[in-house]
Design a protein around this ligand. Structure first.
Ligand SMILES: [Zn+2]
Length: 676
């Protein structure tokens, strides 16, 4: 389990260094009015803490810590290492990153340090040790926040050298490396470690649609590029570890975290979470992001450590960096916050507490707007939530979640599937996972997002859409799970490659073939304007598209077949009995209705039930605390919806009122009730 706070933190990023000191006291009074009990400070202050290589200056941070401590606020203390000071970039140009096109960057922006720069690594350790030595014994410092939104990549010479060392450790011999990357293809065989170059636009990168946008590039050798992603994730994680260990020299108690970003592609968060005391993340849905997607990201963040998490950032109202930064409607921030808690959030924190006067985030929402007053709609909503969290938040802290459904999520698969050239450019990893998650979300079935090495025996149903890369030992683990009675759902583009992106020979889905009882002889790719027809065994028809596996039954039974093209009449969806369990194979991208039909069958067979018996369009999510099961009932729909009957006569913890049968929830309404 992760760390547990005594009090539900309610606050967020606070940058008093950007303001004259007379404002600070006003801020403390406004925080009290809003029920804010914590502040995250020192996120971007390196230039002020260390104005030159030789000088450290903590007098301003001392004053900030002192102000917050005297006001009784809990402090989340950041380490400031996510933006380089100007003197460092000038004196040591190697600290700046080299990008995908091979350009060395100058001073500017943030998230801009080369993780393998010895100079950067030296300075971050020195700075964090000084911070921990100075503030580690302050009881109000309840959490350490290392760096900020780690990500990106570097292609400099230091990284290239470090990549070679990383590879040597992994492969041992040049022969093993040549084989793993299949370098006989195009005669790319290498003879010595120093011939290895980083896979970017100057080497193996393939210009592609969306190229230039992070994570959209293609590559001539996915094996090299996947290893580079693993290496870069490890390199940046090593920066995190350096800072964490520096802190631990002086503060052995306060939990250490860094703010993650949901399904962000660049870092293997399951690996990262093992090094973190508690997971925290930043939740920034767009105006049109489905609420199920937000819920899935919460569940993924909870799944990283199978423990409650911190919501390090969300905006109280508006964002600034999206194309369309719409306001959160009245009640929207409140329900979004309760949804966070419902899915395992043990804190609710904002970016930011006071809106900055300049820079690219001056239009980013804040608790205290440019008007500088508590007389705003946003402030009133923040204060209302503060009162609610203060009243009932602490009874929920640390409570868990019970799920009988697990969905596999794996960064190696994410990278490998999207690096591959063909068969269909529209195939995106997170999209496919989300389609499955949405089904369970609509049905109010609790889901755990789990890593590929999870203990599957906890679950009655495990879904593994696009399990493209099946690493060593995985097929055996899934076979054992199904043989013992588990239900496993997988499908197209699964079991295709090994951990180096080389194809499992002998017919798709490779090591899953025996389990699924099917052989996929060919994979057709359909353009967005094309579709095929799917005919279920009950005669009902639906559409499918994007990818169509052409399947042969090898023991499985057919649940649906294709209706058109030269493979009309061949199986598209199948079910196989394996030991005491069942394996469903979905050979094509089904419509929402089609997928629902298949998953209804799979859930029915596996005895999966929703958190409440009654069907409803409300989101109903449950956490299990010592006091009983806490149910969060939320309306994200555009129409009013009736409260499910099971809650009639129960007390709504938010209003204190006894709920009535048939009462209606308006859009963004929330009810919270404990059922024994
Ligand atoms: Zn570098």
């Amino acid at each position: 389990m992760g760390a547990k706070f005594k009090k539900m933190l309610y606050g967020g990023d606070y940058n008093p260094e950007q303001w004259p000191r007379e404002i600070w006291q006003q801020d403390m009074e406004l925080f009290d009015k809003a029920g804010i009990n914590s502040a995250t400070i020192n996120v971007f202050s390196w230039a002020r803490l260390q104005p030159s290589e030789e000088v450290y200056d903590f007098h301003e941070l001392d004053a900030i810590v002192d102000t917050l401590t005297r006001a009784g606020k809990q402090i989340v203390l950041a380490t400031s290492t996510a933006a380089l000071p100007a003197w460092m970039a000038k004196r040591y140009p190697e600290v700046a990153r080299v990008d995908y096109e091979g350009r060395r960057h100058k001073f500017g922006q943030r998230h801009n340090a080369c993780p393998n720069s010895p100079v950067y690594r030296h300075f971050i350790q020195e700075l964090t040790a000084k911070l921990a030595e100075r503030y580690g014994s302050n009881e109000n410092v309840v959490c350490w926040h290392i760096n900020n939104e780690y990500g990106g990549e570097c292609y400099c010479e230091n990284c290239e050298k470090a990549f070679r060392v990383w590879l040597r450790k992994k492969y041992g011999t040049i022969e093993a490396l040549n084989q793993a990357w299949n370098l006989t293809f195009w005669g790319h065989n290498i003879y010595d470690w120093d011939e290895i170059v980083l896979p970017n636009a100057l080497s193996e990168g393939i210009p592609w649609q969306g190229s230039g946008e992070f994570g959209c590039e293609k590559t001539a050798f996915a094996g090299i590029s996947i290893d580079y992603r693993r290496f870069m994730s490890d390199s940046i994680l090593d920066n995190f570890r350096l800072e964490r260990d520096s802190i631990r020299q002086y503060d052995k108690a306060a939990p250490v975290t860094t703010n993650l970003m949901g399904t962000y592609k660049g870092l293997d968060y399951f690996k990262w979470a093992k090094e973190m005391d508690i997971v925290s993340w930043d939740n920034y849905p767009s105006y049109d992001t489905p609420w199920s997607h937000v819920a899935m990201r919460h569940d993924l963040m909870r799944g990283l450590k199978n423990a409650p998490f911190m919501l390090m950032e969300q905006t109280p109202s508006q964002q600034n960096w999206q194309p369309y930064n719409s306001l959160k409607k009245p009640g929207q921030m409140r329900v979004q916050s309760w949804q966070t808690v419902a899915h395992g959030g043990d804190t609710v924190q904002f970016f930011q507490l006071r809106r900055s006067v300049g820079g690219c985030e001056k239009f980013h929402g804040a608790v205290i707007a440019h008007a500088g007053t508590d007389q705003t709609r946003v402030f009133r909503e923040v204060a209302q939530l503060g009162e609610e969290l203060n009243r009932i938040g602490d009874s929920i802290i640390g409570s868990g979640t019970e799920s009988k459904v697990g969905i596999l999520f794996d960064w190696d698969n994410y990278w490998a599937l999207e690096y591959t050239s063909g068969p269909n450019v529209d195939l995106k990893y997170v999209d496919q996972i989300s389609r499955y998650y949405e089904y369970f979300y609509r049905k109010n079935i609790s889901v755990d997002m789990i890593p590929v090495d999870a203990d599957l025996s906890k679950y009655d149903l495990v879904a593994a859409p696009v399990l493209y890369m099946v690493k060593e030992g995985m097929a055996e683990a899934i076979e054992a799970y199904v043989a013992a009675g588990g239900t496993f759902v997988t499908g197209f583009m699964s079991g295709i490659v090994n951990e180096s992106d080389n194809v499992h020979l002998g017919g798709y889905p490779g090591p899953l073939r025996k389990l699924a009882g099917v052989w996929a002889e060919e994979i057709d790719a359909l353009a967005p304007e094309q579709s095929n027809e799917i005919v279920f065994t009950d005669g009902s028809k639906d559409e499918c598209g994007m990818l169509c596996d052409i399947l042969h039954l090898e023991g499985a039974e057919e649940l649906a077949r294709y209706g058109s093209d030269f493979y009309a009449g061949t199986p598209a969806v199948t079910r196989n009995v394996f030991g005491k369990g069942r394996v469903y194979y979905v050979g094509t991208v089904l419509s929402e209705n089609g997928l629902e039909k298949v998953l209804d069958l799979a859930c029915g067979g596996a005895g999966i039930t929703p958190v409440i018996g009654e069907e409803t369009e409300l989101e109903v999510t449950r956490r299990i605390s010592d006091a009983g099961a806490v149910y969060f009932v939320m309306n994200f729909k555009d129409q009013e919806l009736p409260l499910p009957a099971v809650f009639a006569g129960k007390k709504d913890l938010l209003s204190g009122r006894t709920m009535e049968e048939g009462e209606m929830l308006k859009k963004y309404d929330v009810r919270i009730a404990v059922l024994q």
